[in-house]
Write a protein that binds this ligand. Structure first.
Ligand code: C2O
Ligand code: CU
Length: 505
């Protein structure tokens, strides 16, 4: 095949089929791998354990988290090789309090490894200008990013701040922000896609007193749910080729394939995270039931917003309250993915409703006062263009691939800005999204129309479908320093769809 065809049928194929409105498109790219497989709803969904601090002082909780190679029982009786924080396929959950500092020493206990070029779909080594795509990486260097955290630059997990095998790094999180569902994951550059895929992700749940006073479902009825997909070989081992979306047809929820989760006939709060490399989820319950959106990336919404379906692109979170008391005990409520193409990707998990239970939780009509900050008029307007350059076979942000030695935007600390984020339509259509480090923003509109549901809340990641244009408003008033912004389809960012901004006086 000629280079152009290689690009089209290899690299593009997978990414393109992730797009919701793209059902007519033939499945391109690698053949679907079946893996070992288990029938839906045959394994229980685990809830990742909450990590205990090694030490607590008046102001600070200290943790140590060790990244190592490990195995996980994803399919019954099969040991799948993974990378894990504390060796767990889904890292332990950190529970933090607003205003109380957390310090985490991340230890890299991966074996030393020689630098190499990543294995990529299609255009891997093609293209004269695709130098980035063939960039060397140190496969076992790690970087840890607290996604959604307002973190000083030196603790943010910029891809330049790598931890070599055998080394460690101390990250300080001031937690000077409202309650929110945050998460931590690897952020090496070129390696972030594979590291996330092999298991380097966990929840970081930040609470505050305002949230506590609301009386939302709590304790074992406050459940984090990490959605993703994966491809497996016949031996049940994870297979990863950067940019090759098509074979990733196994849906994993908290690390298990299409699991069931037993619930009481009561209200639950689910903190749903899309941690997939490239998959968009369109969530819906069957039998039909309301999902009440109470939180977005940046924390609680101003008021609850009921929905019958919720769209979530990679990196985004939504907090949903589901009231199972509407169902007879014995009912199986299935969580569907309306934008899945294959049978195996249309079903996410099941909630099996058990007997009734006492339920003192509630969902008040007002959730958040602090959230209604007026951002004021914009000082600066910028335009960001995200596109796959077919000519050069490059995943570009504003016509460029990521370069750590180049600063793409200079931003004055304290300024309010409007960013217009464009994903020019192309054939086949490829979805992207934009994640900004270090700040939360408000989504003004998409294609000129106001957004709805969880997207009306504070966001750090916003979906930008093929051919669409999204405007966000953001005030850069948290920390100064150098921060990345990128597409959170992490295979795209691994291939260069990333840039950096310096926030300064
Ligand atoms: Cu969740 Cu820069 O990433
Ligand atoms: Cu992208």
């Amino acid at each position: 095949m000629r280079r152009r065809e290689v690009i089209k049928y290899g690299a593009l194929g997978g990414a393109a089929v992730a797009f919701a409105g793209n059902r007519g498109l033939a499945v391109l790219g690698g053949k679907a791998a079946a893996g070992p497989g288990v029938p839906p709803f045959s394994v229980a969904m685990p809830v990742p354990p909450v990590l205990r601090p090694t030490r607590r002082t008046l102001t600070t909780d200290y943790y140590t988290v060790t990244t190592r190679e490990s195995t996980a029982e994803i399919f019954p009786g099969i040991a799948t090789k993974v990378l894990g924080y504390e060796g767990a396929f889904l890292g332990p959950t950190i529970r933090a309090w607003s205003g109380r500092e957390v310090k985490i020493t991340h230890v890299n206990a991966l074996p030393a490894a020689a630098a190499r070029r990543p294995k990529m779909a299609g255009h891997a080594h093609g293209g004269s200008g695709g130098g980035h795509a063939a960039a060397l990486m140190n496969p076992n260097d790690t970087v840890v990013h607290l996604h959604g955290g307002h973190t000083p630059a030196d603790s943010d997990g910029h891809p330049k701040d790598t931890i070599a095998p055998g080394a460690q790094r101390l990250y300080t999180y001031p937690n000077e922000q409202a309650a929110a569902t945050l998460w931590y994951h690897d952020h090496g550059h070129v390696t972030e896609g594979e590291h996330l895929y092999r298991g380097l992700a966990g929840f970081y749940l930040l609470s505050d007193l305002e949230e506590l006073a609301l009386g939302l479902p709590s304790g074992d009825r406050d459940v984090p749910i990490m959605l993703r997909d994966a491809a497996f070989d016949d031996a049940g081992q994870l297979t990863y080729v950067m940019g090759d979306f098509a074979p990733r047809t196994t849906i994993l929820v908290n690390g298990k394939p299409q699991p069931y989760f037993k619930v009481k006939a009561a209200r639950y709060r689910f903190r749903v995270l899309n941690a997939a490399n490239e998959r968009v989820f369109g969530l819906r319950l069957d039998p039909a039931a309301e999902m009440v959106q109470v939180g977005s990336d940046g924390g609680l919404l101003a008021a609850p917003i009921p929905a019958s379906s919720v769209l979530l692109s990679p990196g985004e979170r939504v907090d949903l309250v589901i009231d199972f008391s509407a169902f007879e005990p014995g009912t199986r409520v299935v969580l569907h993915n309306d934008v899945g193409r294959e049978d195996s990707t249309k079903t996410v998990m099941a909630f099996d409703v058990q007997g009734p239970a006492r339920d003192h939780s509630r969902v008040p009509r007002r959730l958040r006062r602090r959230g209604e900050v007026e951002l004021g008029a914009a000082d600066v307007t910028r335009r960001i263009v995200m596109t796959l350059n077919l000519e050069l076979g490059r995943w570009e942000m504003d016509g460029k691939v990521f370069d750590m030695d180049r600063i793409d935007q200079y931003i004055r600390f304290g300024d309010t800005e409007i960013w217009q984020v464009d994903n020019p339509g192309m054939n086949p259509p490829i979805p992207h999204n934009l994640h900004l480090h270090g700040v939360h923003f408000q989504v003004l509109d998409r294609d000129g129309k106001p957004v709805e549901g969880h997207e009306t809340g504070w966001k750090d990641t916003v979906y930008v479908a093929a051919g669409s244009s999204v405007r966000i408003k953001v005030r850069f008033d948290r920390h100064k320093g150098l921060y990345p912004y990128h597409c959170h389809f992490v295979d795209h960012s691994s291939m260069g769809m990333m840039a950096q901004m310096e926030i300064r006086d």
